[in-house]
Design a binder for this molecule. Structure first.
Ligand SMILES: *Cc1c(COP(=O)(O)O)cnc(C)c1O
Length: 438
């Protein structure tokens, strides 16, 4: 790790003068469509700390949205990327290939659920990989319809906007959207009270009557939803959908962009219920911050696409592949799956000591955890509370993200390299935010 001191330090008001000046430059030159959670500009990040241009040290509960799972500038990643950047930066895998891309595909075959024959294709972003998974499923099945779920988030490109549920800010004004995308009800135990089997029956019933299994190429689902509120489906929901897909020749796609790569205490969240997806989509945590994504799946599906049908100029860039191999080595050598489970225990124990009826639920798995905030009595989502708790945390130097269809969920996505001390300190500040807003 770099020599970045692992302590919180708020030495200016936030934002400090240098960040404030940079925000003015941003306003003058950067599209306001690209928002920022906190108006502070980063200079360094490592372990559990992000340092800003004014010398403040913030505790990181966001990992740049679940990306720096192994930590920002993790030592093995730094070494691997530095070595690679000096050798070659790009040849384009579709022109003259290189070994690291193949090695990443090999590792993905080993790490993703199921011991069937697998193939992978590499891309740059989560959205791009989700789009490609749909292309593969359509090519394989000769069908066109795609089913996604309430609260789903699959990205911001045209097809994935159609697949994403929430209109504001992701879709508003950006239509028309891609056709043949259908939405089914998600299992959301806090709000629907259904068992996994009941919720699956409800979803399947709707798919059969409104789409028709014979028209359906793929069912795409996040095993634990990300932007939609860290919704964990009731036990049995995912296996029932996977079974139904198998019976009906529908490609079951797990969008593990946020939940994958060790985040939930297993390499992939699908593993918890022994679900074996036909295609798994990885991104975010896969390469420690370098842009990389992947679709990994059954050889017969991946091989249905005609040669040249998949690709992209930068997909599987050598720097990103070097980083991914270093990330995998870091997760495996440093016991980071176990670390994710320890983080879950620590966070759950902290909230078990908070008796506040505005917390409807603490949910999630591993280092992908959230609290859903409501108005006591009615259970109505309380977005204002989530916002003010996040604002309190930000003012105290804790990077905290919100999420959820109604914006009433605070999510915790710390890097697995965070110390117990920093994590505890950050959680105490979040909990204090509840008191401030009482
Ligand atoms: C972030 C995310 C995406 C989109 O990934 P990008 O790299 O931002 O395109 C897709 N699916 C899920 C579940 C995500 O969390």
């Amino acid at each position: 790790m770099s020599d970045l001191e692992q302590t919180r330090l708020v030495r200016t008001e936030l934002p400090g003068p240098r960040s404030a000046a940079l925000m003015l430059r941003k306003q003058a030159f950067v599209s306001p469509g690209v928002g920022t959670t906190m108006p502070v500009f980063a200079t360094r990040a490592a372990g559990g700390i992000v340092e800003d241009v004014d010398g403040n040290r913030l505790i990181d509960l966001g990992s740049g949205i679940a990306v720096t799972t192994v930590g920002s500038s993790a030592p093995r990643v730094v070494a691997a990327v530095q070595a690679q950047v000096a050798e070659f930066t790009h040849t384009c895998f579709m022109i003259t290939p290189y070994e690291s891309y193949v090695a990443v595909a090999e590792a993905l075959a080993r790490l993703t659920p199921g011991d069937h024959e697998k193939r992978s294709a590499l891309f740059n972003s989560g959205s791009e990989a989700v789009e490609n998974a749909v292309k593969m499923a359509r090519s394989y099945t000769g069908r066109s319809a795609v089913v996604v779920f309430d609260h789903a988030y699959h990205g911001r490109t045209n097809l994935t906007m159609a697949m994403t549920a929430k209109v504001a800010p992701y879709k508003h004004g950006f239509g028309p959207f891609a056709a043949e995308v259908y939405r089914a009800p998600m299992s959301y135990p806090l709000r629907d009270g259904l068992s996994g089997a009941e919720a699956a029956r409800r979803a399947i019933g709707q798919i059969e009557t409104q789409v028709g299994a014979g028209n359906l190429a793929a069912l795409v689902i996040e095993p634990i939803q990300g932007e939609g509120g860290f919704v964990v489906p009731a036990e049995g929901f995912l296996p029932a959908l996977a079974d139904w897909c198998r019976t009906n020749g529908v490609v079951f796609v797990a969008d593990e962009v946020q939940s994958g790569f060790g985040r939930t205490g297993t390499m992939f969240a699908s593993e918890t219920e022994d679900v074996v997806p036909d295609l798994v989509v990885s991104a975010k945590g896969i390469a420690g911050g370098l842009p990389l994504s992947a679709v990994t799946g059954r050889a017969e599906i991946m091989e249905a696409v005609h040669p040249g049908g998949l690709g992209g100029t930068y997909g599987g860039n050598p720097l990103a592949c070097a980083a991914a191999l270093a990330v995998i080595e870091t997760i495996e050598s440093d016991g980071l799956l176990e670390r994710a489970r320890q983080i879950e225990t620590l966070v759950r124990e902290r909230f078990a000591r908070v008796d506040d009826p505005r917390i409807a639920e603490v949910r999630g798995r591993g280092a992908m955890l959230a609290v859903e905030l409501v108005q006591p009595g009615t259970g109505e989502p309380d977005a204002a509370l989530a916002k003010s708790i996040a604002a309190h945390a930000h003012s105290q130097g804790v990077i905290t993200l919100t999420c959820g269809t109604w914006g009433n969920v605070i999510r915790f996505l710390p890097p697995l390299s965070i110390s117990d001390e920093l994590l505890t300190e950050a959680l105490d500040i979040v909990v204090a935010g509840l008191e401030v807003t009482r």
